[in-house]
Design a protein. Structure first.
Length: 304
């Protein structure tokens, strides 16, 4: 099970009813955050979630509305008595940016590891998450993220018994470890079935439609994608500033054959966003407006 909370949906500047861009997930006791705009601490508190288990913060890029909340977030995590190391992931320049921001958050009770993305596509695996960073098309280096929770195959009891594997080693093999016992070597593939479908979430803001976005979103259970502008006449502005319209995001969702689309990162000038959704749903039916605090519990598919 993966819990997902869209903490903030605003682009460019916070509004009284809309915090700046941030996403948070929870899986198996470990929380992950993507972007940390101004006001993210308040959004986490309003959601009723905890700061202490945040193990990873990924940044799409270093515009202020995506990272300006980091110093306060680090201090709040410190006040929550976090001692474990924190991993930050982002485009090149992350170490320099974090070092500059920490001038106002210099003393923390935990270590920070900064990982700078080196490739157009790069995979990281930690705390049970498979995180794929992929480059998109903004006016500065910018990445989207696909977050996957993989699910192993069934443990094949009959096969384990036929091979004479002692029962006290079954749990070890289930965890993916190899066992050597009395001259025999037992490997997980001897007793584990074909991996089953896991959970896939893709998150992307600040981009024009991009090939790597569609590629990495393919088959996602949920795509959270920017829709900076809803007004059809603002397409030229979207192209100028390297953003997407609601309709372009819907085309991405359709091309990637995702199950569900949430729109986010709205322009401060956007009002009555729901008025535009019928046209969006003509392109991709299962489209929804993101809202601050919008949550979903994503579960593994039921086995047949």
């Amino acid at each position: 099970m993966l819990d997902v909370c869209l903490l903030g949906t605003a682009g460019m500047m916070p509004l009284p009813y809309r915090y700046l861009t941030s996403l948070m997930t929870r899986y198996n006791g470990s929380s992950l955050m993507v972007d940390c705009g101004e006001g993210t601490q308040i959004a986490v508190k309003k959601a009723g979630w905890s700061f202490h288990p945040i193990d990873i913060i990924c940044f799409t890029h270093y515009h202020a509305d995506h990272i300006s909340g980091l110093p306060g977030m680090l201090l709040t995590m410190g006040n929550a008595e976090r001692k474990e190391p924190l991993t930050l992931i982002g485009p090149k320049g992350l170490k320099r940016v974090v070092s500059a921001l920490r001038v106002i958050a210099p003393e923390l009770p935990f270590e920070i590891e900064c990982i700078e993305i080196q490739e157009p596509e790069q995979v990281f695996e930690m705390h049970g998450y498979k995180i794929t960073a992929f480059m998109v098309k903004h006016n500065v280096p910018c990445y989207g993220y696909t977050i996957e929770i993989r699910r192993q195959g069934r443990f094949l009891v009959e096969q384990a018994m036929q091979k004479g594997i002692p029962k006290n080693y079954w749990g070890i093999l289930q965890k993916g470890d190899t066992v050597e016992y009395e001259g025999h070597k037992y490997t997980p593939d001897m007793v584990m079935g074909t991996p089953r479908k896991g959970i896939k979430l893709t998150y992307c803001t600040d981009t024009r439609p991009a090939e790597l976005l569609v590629k990495n979103a393919i088959g996602s259970d949920l795509l959270i994608c920017e829709g900076m502008y809803a007004e059809p006449e603002k397409l030229a502005k979207a192209k100028q500033y390297k953003h997407m319209t609601f309709y372009e995001a819907a085309q991405v969702a359709k091309a990637a054959q995702v199950k569900e689309l949430w729109l986010t990162h709205f322009s401060p000038s956007l009002i009555r966003a729901e008025d535009y959704m019928p046209k969006v749903r003509e392109i991709f039916q299962n489209s929804h407006l993101g809202k601050d605090g919008k949550m979903i519990e994503m579960n593994f598919e039921q086995d047949e």
